[in-house]
Write a protein that binds this ligand. Sequence first.
Ligand code: HEM
Length: 189
Amino acid sequence: MYGIINQALKLHICEKYGAASWKKIQEQSGIDLSNFTSMQRYPDSMTYQLIQTGVEVLNITAEQLIEEIGYFWVFYMGTGGYKEIFTESGDDFLSFLQNLNYLHGRVKSILPALQSPKFECTDISATQLRLHYYSCRDGFSPMVLGLVKGLADWFKEPVRIKHILLKERGDDHDVFEIKFINVESNRET
Ligand code: HEM
């Protein structure tokens, strides 16, 4: 994966758990990110190793750490170097989700070896939708949970999200059911 993913992991851990924790993770994993750039590709095994060591050092689950990276990613992308692509990918929560393939397509023009996930929105109604996530990688579905929660906060669209189909349990791909809370409570009143 491109180095920017490892960069986000580092920034998130330093911000939430402190620089000393990150230092420990670097030492224990034997991965030194000091000569590393965001625009270069690194083996996925490096990212998995950093996450695994993060789990041991921080004493949290891999799912929690990966979900946190997803949440962090929204605000990192929405305010950093990819701000333009991010802000041009949708004006509201739903249109943004519908444009995720377009967004990664634009990123691919900058990072040509990108192996990005694919997304599809189905069963869209006023109250909910289903988000389908297809990836060549394993283990990143908690990142989608964090990303969707981050996007909901970014667009101020409160949602409830449920992981209803899981690739790791043998389903064809991951599917998330997303319900709009404001619409639900308006209907109740
Ligand atoms: C401008 C904003 C964004 C940029 C620049 C970006 C870029 C990237 C990059 C570089 C990777 C690593 C893949 C590789 O190197 O081959 C990645 C992976 C990923 N992206 Fe994005 N991304 C952006 C926004 C989003 C958003 C909003 C979502 C929301 C669902 C998302 C979902 C994912 C997921 C789940 C992965 C994990 C890898 C996988 O499943 O294979 N990204 N993205």
